[in-house]
Ligand binder design. Structure first.
Ligand SMILES: NC(=O)c1ccc[n+]([C@@H]2O[C@H](COP(=O)([O-])OP(=O)(O)OC[C@H]3O[C@@H](n4cnc5c(N)ncnc54)[C@H](O)[C@@H]3O)[C@@H](O)[C@H]2O)c1
Length: 258
């Protein structure tokens, strides 16, 4: 019997592929048989991440800023030119932005977070969907966050942006009714990563106690790993999730369960 969790023969486009969650997901997609098109604005880190894939993995690296519409149109058309189509789109690039109370937040910094986290996710879906609609199949997974479900002090715009990603996901899933395309998002919790360290340091510089208090609020009593997020993304990307659309999957050790 075929294993529906496998991604053999599928073309998977991943943004933010040089980052911790993006690169862990890229490795899992490749291990499950997908052909990879990896996008990131950081060319050096992207090359590094793609170089760590197994030697037999098929991967193309494209440098692009997801908040620029011409760049998005370009990465989508280069992906189709190189790989023929896009079966899976992991729309994952994101930034935490500045970490500061709202009265100290500059408008420029506020707009930058919305530009990457909301406009970038919107543009990705806008340009990938026509490719999937032509074939009548596809799976889109956006990266939201538990900050899209609950408030997060000192990263209010990040939280607002991730609430927006969940709204975009649910609405586009409904727009895709009857097309064969599924649209979901993943809501990682506190994942051991550069981004989490940056948020903790920004809230209380150098405060180890703050990090401990954060872990104590997680019922699983530990931080998550990027590879644990990747497992859920790979499921949503695959045919094993054939009846899953419009969902926001938490991967948070029950942090938001209460
Ligand atoms: N790390 C966490 O604890 C956590 C928790 C919840 C959600 N998330 C979300 O997961 C996603 C990945 O986060 P991560 O932890 O891997 O962070 P990361 O900083 O390691 O990776 C993000 C990647 O996105 C890229 N990127 C940023 N802006 C871009 C742009 N304009 N165009 C193209 N690429 C761009 C960066 O270069 C980087 O490689 C983000 O959307 C983030 O908000 C992370």
């Amino acid at each position: 019997m075929a294993d529906d969790a496998r991604l053999d023969g599928k073309v998977a486009l991943i943004t933010g592929a040089a980052g911790e969650i993006g690169s862990a997901t890229m490795r899992l997609f490749a291990a499950r048989g997908a052909r990879i098109v990896a996008v990131d604005r950081d060319e050096a880190q992207l090359k590094n991440a793609v170089a760590k894939l197994p030697a037999d993995a098929k991967a193309l690296a494209l440098t692009a800023d997801v908040s620029n519409e011409d760049a998005v149109a370009d990465y989508v058309s280069r992906a189709v030119d190189a790989a023929g189509t896009i079966d899976v789109f992991y729309n994952n690039a994101g930034i935490e932005g500045d970490v500061a109370p709202i009265q100290n937040y500059s408008l420029e910094a506020f707009r930058r977070v919305l530009d990457v986290n909301v406009v970038g996710v919107f543009l990705g879906m806008k340009h990938v969907l026509p490719v999937m609609l032509k074939r009548g199949s596809g799976s889109i997974v956006n990266t939201a966050s538990i900050a899209g479900l609950i408030g997060s002090p000192h990263i209010a715009v990040y939280s607002a942006s991730k609430h927006a990603v969940i709204g975009l996901t649910k609405s586009v899933a409904m727009e895709c009714s009857g097309t064969g395309i599924r649209v979901n998002c993943v809501c990682p919790g506190l994942i051991q990563s550069r981004m989490l360290s940056s948020i903790i340091d920004g809230r209380t510089p150098g405060a180890r106690a703050d990090a401990d208090a954060i872990v104590n609020r997680i019922p699983a009593r530990r931080l998550g790993g990027a590879a644990e997020v990747a497992q859920v993304v790979a499921f949503l990307a695959s045919d094993a999730a054939s009846y899953v659309s419009g969902a926001a999957y938490t991967v948070d050790g029950a942090r938001t369960a209460g």
